[in-house]
Every structure is written in structure tokens, then in C-alpha cells.
Design a protein around this ligand. Structure first.
Ligand SMILES: [Zn+2]
Length: 188
């Protein structure tokens, strides 16, 4: 082939190269769409890892939501936070009564320390009894969890976010179906 030796051949070469450029541009577009898609899935999966980790120990938090996002399972009516028995370590302490709790509370080293057992105000229930709803993607019935966090903290005013989301590990997805904000801690 070699370098074109007349104007028609050079023009043909330009046309051929334009077509190659168009094909490559399309390939770049497809690849970058895939990168965006993978990044989004990656972030979603990472978020689920954090939710699951938090569900294991949010009952230890003395002021849930104040310093970081917290997640709780809910009762069947989606009104009250609960702790799921199946996800408690075998040796986890559960304070059954206010009296038991108060005795423990007096021995705590400092106000902000993590609780060493499940406070009496969280009912410990079987997973069967935890609140559930339909996953928007696969339509199966999955646990609902409460997400709670202080989203804004300032002298002019605070903001607290409370939302319910369906947590589906079949799809590795979450669906927010109820979300509220408040200028102070929610009454729970
Ligand atoms: Zn699903």
C-alpha cells in the first residue's frame, strides 16, 4: 500500500480514517458508560456493606445518628426499632428490664461509651417478625430498615433524616420508600 500518491487515494484514506475514528468514539462511549455503571454498582454494594455492618452493632450506639449514619431493623408495623436475634452474637448481653439497665448504666465509664449489651428499649425479635416490604426490582419481600442520621449541625439549625428502605440482598439494592426530615431528633 504505502503512502497515497495521488489526491483521490489521499481522500479515500481520509474517509477510511474518519470511519475508524467514528467506530472508536463509539467504543469509548460504550466503555465509559460501562465504567459509570460499574462505579455506580460498586458504590451501591459498598453502601450495602456499610448498612449490614451497622445493622450488626447500631444497638451499641449511645446517641444513634449523631455522629454517623445508623441503621436499624424495624417491627412488623415499621414503627419501632428492633434487634434481630439471629444477628446477635451468641454471647451478646440483653438487658431485659429498665432496672437491669439502670444498674449497668451506673457502671459505664463515660456517657459516650458504646453499650456492652442490647438496651431494654429495643425488643429482640426473630427475623420472621421484623418488618418487611417488597423490593422494587425483584418484587420479593425483604427486610425494611430505618436509616437515621443528623445531616446538618449548625447554630442556625439542625437537620435529622429518617428514612425507611427495603434492603434486598438478592438484587444487592436498596429502595427508599419513606423519608422525612426534622429540625431536631425524631421522637422514636
Ligand atoms: Zn430484590
Amino acid at each position: 500500500m504505502g503512502f497515497p500518491t495521488n489526491i483521490e487515494a489521499l481522500r479515500a484514506n481520509i474517509e477510511a480514517l474518519r470511519a475508524v475514528v467514528a467506530t472508536r468514539q463509539n467504543a469509548v462511549k460504550v466503555a465509559s458508560d460501562e465504567v459509570v455503571r460499574q462505579e455506580r454498582r460498586c458504590q451501591e454494594n459498598q453502601a450495602i456493606v456499610e448498612i449490614l455492618n451497622d445493622l450488626l452493632n447500631s444497638w451499641q450506639d449511645h446517641d444513634p445518628g449523631k455522629n454517623h449514619d445508623v441503621y436499624f431493623f424495624l417491627d412488623a408495623y415499621l414503627r419501632q426499632r428492633v434487634v434481630v436475634r439471629e444477628f446477635l452474637p451468641d454471647d451478646a448481653k440483653v438487658y431485659q428490664t429498665r432496672k437491669e439497665w439502670e444498674e449497668y448504666d451506673r457502671t459505664r465509664s463515660w456517657h459516650g461509651a458504646n453499650y456492652d449489651g442490647v438496651p431494654y428499649w429495643y425488643p429482640v425479635v426473630n427475623l420472621d417478625a421484623a418488618g418487611k416490604s417488597e423490593c422494587s426490582e425483584c418484587k420479593s419481600v425483604q427486610p425494611v430498615v430505618e436509616h437515621y442520621v443528623q445531616t446538618y449541625d449548625s447554630p442556625e439549625g439542625d437537620e435529622w433524616l429518617k428514612e425507611h428502605l427495603v434492603l434486598c440482598l438478592d438484587c444487592n439494592s436498596t429502595t427508599v420508600f419513606k423519608s422525612k426530615t426534622s429540625d431536631s431528633r425524631f421522637y422514636l
